[in-house]
Design a protein. Structure first.
Length: 295
């Protein structure tokens, strides 16, 4: 039997063993909630990340620093979620669930039911809190890069890179990531025509940003243009992916949700869209550099 067939059989066995009322996260919380497992899991993650970084870098010190920075950014991300949970009087904690990562979750299914009943404005803050804290730590990492102490400056760069990985991946509105769930509650709170206008407005802004970037490098010589394009290639890849995710999410909401008592107001939706754009721009600016030549 091949390794893939073994993995698939074990995964199917695991899936069949999960109660229908519980997801994988709750199953792992039950299995890994013991204090000694919670103490061991961060060390296992650190070992895993260090090995993964060491394989391409072949530098044990750099790999360990990057692994620790990623662990720290993961924990801070979940602390952001935890803060909003507790602001809404939901008993919760941060769990280390191997191999999923760190997860902020209510301490019981009963407390989780309170989370489901929250206004969608509170859910939106919950979804943006983790990324906001990561972006703040990216700014700290950027400042640390300027200090004269070599190891501290290097660690600042690692915090910047680790935060960028978490932030950009969570802001992409696909699957069940924070960005996808955020646009779900935003579009669910708006009427169908407003959905389309908001989605088209965001897509238009992103297209204009890409066109402006191309125009800003079009006046360069050929080789300068090639270098400038590859330096900004991250922008040219991330923005279309995010635009696709937003349009896809807009088409998946139920228009009747806009009349729910949990729905956000138009003003709340605009605030969260602007915050999302600010976090996206700032994280891309910190990790990838300026989109335009002089901006």
């Amino acid at each position: 039997m091949t390794a893939w067939k073994v993995f698939k059989r074990n995964w199917n066995d695991l899936a069949r063993g999960l109660p229908r009322s519980k997801g994988l996260v709750w199953w792992l919380i039950e299995k890994e909630g013991a204090w000694w497992i919670q103490g061991l899991s961060p060390m296992l993650f650190l070992f895993l990340f260090t090995v993964c970084f060491w394989l391409p870098l072949r530098d044990a010190g750099k790999a360990l620093s990057l692994g620790f920075a990623l662990i720290l950014q993961m924990y801070l991300h979940e602390l952001g979620h935890l803060f909003v949970f507790r602001q809404n009087r939901i008993r919760s904690r941060v769990w280390w669930l191997f191999p999923l990562g760190a997860v902020a979750a209510p301490v019981s299914l009963e407390e989780n039911a309170k989370n489901d009943a929250l206004p969608w404005g509170s859910i939106a803050w919950l979804l943006q809190a983790g990324v906001t804290l990561n972006v703040g730590m990216m700014c700290v990492g950027s400042m640390l890069q300027t200090v004269p102490i070599r190891w501290l400056a290097d660690f600042g760069g690692d915090m910047l890179l680790a935060g960028g990985i978490l932030v950009i991946s969570n802001l992409i509105p696909l699957w069940k990531l924070d960005g996808s769930l955020l646009y779900h509650v935003i579009f669910s709170s708006l009427k169908e025509k407003e959905d389309i206008r908001v989605a088209l407005g965001l897509l238009t802004a992103m297209v204009l940003a890409i066109l402006a970037a191309f125009w800003s490098i079009s006046q360069l010589g050929f080789w300068e243009l090639v270098v400038a394009f590859f330096r900004r290639m991250g922008w040219f890849v991330v923005i279309p992916v995010i635009a696709t995710g937003i349009w896809h999410r807009q088409g998946m909401d139920d228009p009747t949700y806009s009349t729910s008592t949990q729905a956000m107001t138009r003003r709340q939706s605009i605030i969260h869209i602007l915050l999302y754009i600010a976090l996206l721009y700032l994280s891309l600016r910190l990790i990838l550099g300026p989109l335009l030549l002089n901006f």
